[in-house]
Ligand binder design. Sequence first.
Ligand SMILES: NC(=O)c1ccc[n+]([C@@H]2O[C@H](COP(=O)([O-])OP(=O)(O)OC[C@H]3O[C@@H](n4cnc5c(N)ncnc54)[C@H](OP(=O)(O)O)[C@@H]3O)[C@@H](O)[C@H]2O)c1
Length: 370
Amino acid sequence: MSPRPRFCPRRAMPTRPLPPAVWACGWRIIWQRAGVVAMPDGLSAAHVSDRAVTAAGVGFGCASLGSRIGATEGRRALERALAAGITWFDVAPAYGDGQAERILGAFAAAHPGAITITSKVGLAPRPMGWRGALRPLARSAVAMLPQLRGLAATGRVPARLPLGPETLRQSVGASLAALRGAPIDRLMLHDPDPADVTRPDLLACLTDLLREGRVGAVGVAGSTAAAAAAVVLGAPYSLVQIASSPFDPAALAPWLAGWRRAGGGVVTHGALGAGGALARLAALVARPDTGLRAALAAAGYDDGPPRTAAAAFLTDYALAANRGGICLFSACAPHHLEALAARMAAPRRLADLMPVLDRLNLMSATGTTP
Ligand SMILES: NC(=O)c1ccc[n+]([C@@H]2O[C@H](COP(=O)([O-])OP(=O)(O)OC[C@H]3O[C@@H](n4cnc5c(N)ncnc54)[C@H](OP(=O)(O)O)[C@@H]3O)[C@@H](O)[C@H]2O)c1
């Protein structure tokens, strides 16, 4: 993992009052660094890693900044995340229709040394053309009718770049320019073909980028097969990023255990969104024949409507399944960050979640999971 990230308690004041759970989380990380309270997972202040400086091992996903979320609202979301103690920010050239790196770069410039940035190479935004002008209209329409979100995202599938040393260097140069000079603490190959992960020309280029200090660490963000190829190879890779939810429990795969023990980083995404885990679990909970409502209640998730309980459970699962790693979340809406901060403040163990996981396993074994 990159040794560079440093903790900086200097924070810009948020534009709106933050909910108490968010403040509590931000202060907790400051106390942890000051040695007043214990670090998560028994980390000592002397063993400060990227994970220790970002609250509760949580990273903020910037995929929607510039597309689903406008630049101004995106900037507010970044400020709120930082105030909550989150210092790990995940971005890519393709995110936000090509706008996310620029939005994050302006934010990083206002908080020098306070955040760490992961960017990627391999996918590029498709030119929006005249549709770019309709983006603000589309945002308002989606805000009023969230069912239109899928439609608004149509045509946003990024283009796959033909990977080669030249492309890598050009992409890193463009990212550094968009990030306004903020360092790329980690560079990931973005959804690569597993065969590309071990290509000698790409490995040589990644090693050169590391040696030149253009990037702090390199990894692979994509399919389980691509991540496994990086884990088998090891150096120059030092971290992998994969989807993880109870429907896709890749973070618990035995082949990651040795990687973690050897100091390899594991980042997960898709706790609620990618793959539709929240929609899927909420639909299952709503079905009386699944017994999932009772299982959630048995695990302590009996407050509020089924979707809220399902979101809380999935967030806790993501954090518990990747203890010691980083879990990425998109929480641009203030109430989503507040919900996330509440989960971060009271982490659960995987064992606590067993009533629900057992039920899902049973359904999967009997072929009743849709
Ligand atoms: N291949 C890759 O490398 C890859 C793939 C996918 C994602 N990622 C990274 O991971 C980040 C997170 O993506 P994800 O798919 O994992 O997103 P996620 O955190 O699972 O969130 C997805 C959606 O859930 C909403 N949400 C957040 N909290 C909620 C709650 N309590 N209740 C209901 N809805 C809630 C978010 O809304 P708001 O944001 O509006 O609050 C967002 O629309 C991305 O931004 C990106 O940085 C990487």
